[in-house]
Design a binder for this molecule. Structure first.
Ligand code: KG4
Ligand code: ZN
Length: 353
């Protein structure tokens, strides 16, 4: 077993090493991914195996199927990440793994796989929060990005506005009081007869729609930078069901455009407010919903109008991947944070403030 003394010595050696290469693994939902990242910024390889087609048969992620598919894929994605980078395990400095939040069985697969690899390779293991990974995707896309900055995190399970004070150091300014933005997109998509994952499909449908077709309520939760999507979602579902009951054909593109506009307006207004009151000059977007075309365009327009820098991950880095986990891991390593073999998955892990 890797002893604490052995790990402490390795940590001390790593902290003075100029080039740190981390093999990271991500398996919190339905992507099995591995990547090798140098110094938190440079992608040496990245492999993503998506299970989306399998889950689409059921209209959403089936946790047990996801866990089994991760078990099948994890060795393969690691081998491929090493091959793509032209590296062997002996060329690596550390391992990293997402340990929460996410689906417990899916997380456990990655955690156990990397604990096993850490045990046999004697490489230190860095535990990473998935949400922190999404924030760090920006370090991969914008090489000169340095904290402090503000970050709008919008994924399938989270909608947060955080102040990134320093690497791996956050202050939560606001969050959703009910559903996450991605969750709302997926539910609205389902009512429009779109398959999983609904967000990107709804967005595509919205491109040919009239966004003034349906006016949706704009909720105002008590917290200045908080969001609420549940009222908006319910109003949307009710409008669709009413049309259905009357036997009317749903104007699907118009409905999609109206819904997308309502969500994007809510997100962008709160992000702008937080930005203006923060005194900071940079806003980053993060999480699956930050791949949304309309959100990216609206935030670009606002950044130009109000004169702040906007950073957005490349599209493939918005949704789940292991490269972002390898980036976040580097900054946790610099803080001396390592896991031992008692590391467990934590499906409800909060972003450490
Ligand atoms: O960050 P992510 O890949 O996984 C989580 O950590 O949850 O986010 C997935 C979410 C899903 O709800 C998906 O529908 C949404 O991001 N999403 C989008 C788009 N691409 C992904 N929502 C709207 N427009 C998109 N283009
Ligand atoms: Zn995610």
């Amino acid at each position: 077993m890797n002893t604490n003394a052995e790990m402490l010595e390795k940590l001390q050696n790593l902290q003075s090493k100029p080039q740190i290469r981390i093999l990271a693994m991500e398996s919190s939902c339905d992507e099995t991914a591995a990547a090798i990242i140098e110094n938190g910024r440079k992608i040496l390889s990245s492999v993503i195996f998506s299970q989306a087609d399998t889950h689409a048969l059921y209209g959403g992620v089936v946790p047990e199927i996801a866990s089994r598919a991760h078990v099948d894929a994890c060795d393969r994605v690691i081998d491929q990440a090493l091959k793509e980078a032209g590296m062997a395990l002996s060329d690596l400095d550390a391992l990293a793994v997402t340990y929460g939040p996410g689906l417990v069985g899916a997380l456990l697969t990655g955690v156990n796989c990397m604990k096993g690899l850490s045990f046999t390779s004697r490489l230190p293991l860095i535990p990473v929060n998935h949400i922190e990974g999404h924030v760090s995707a920006n370090f991969l896309t914008t090489p000169d990005l340095e904290p402090p900055f503000l970050c709008l995190i919008v994924s399938g399970g989270h909608s947060h506005i955080v102040r990134v004070n320093d690497y791996a150091d956050y202050t939560l300014l606001g969050q959703t009081v009910d559903d996450a933005a991605g969750e709302a997109f997926d539910k609205a998509a389902r009512v429009l007869g779109l398959n999983y994952p609904g967000g990107p499909l709804l967005s595509r449908l919205a491109e040919s729609g009239n966004d003034t077709y349906l006016e949706l309520p704009k909720p105002h939760p008590a917290g200045r930078y908080d969001f609420s999507f549940s009222g908006l979602k319910t109003a949307f579902l009710n409008a669709c069901h009413k049309m259905d009951q009357k036997g009317e054909t749903l104007p699907r593109a118009d409905l999609a455009a109206s819904f997308e506009k309502a969500v994007v307006d809510t997100l962008s207004e709160k992000a702008l407010l937080a930005m203006q009151e923060s005194g900071l000059s940079t806003l980053c977007l993060a999480g699956g919903v930050s791949a949304n075309r309309r959100l990216r365009e609206e935030m670009t327009r606002l950044s130009q109008k109000h004169g702040f820098q906007l950073c957005m991950p490349e599209l493939w880095l918005c949704t789940d991947n292991a490269a972002m986990i390898g980036s976040a891991a580097y900054y946790r390593l610099r803080k001396g944070e390592l896991a031992d073999l008692t590391l467990n998955a934590n499906p409800a892990l909060a972003l450490k403030m």
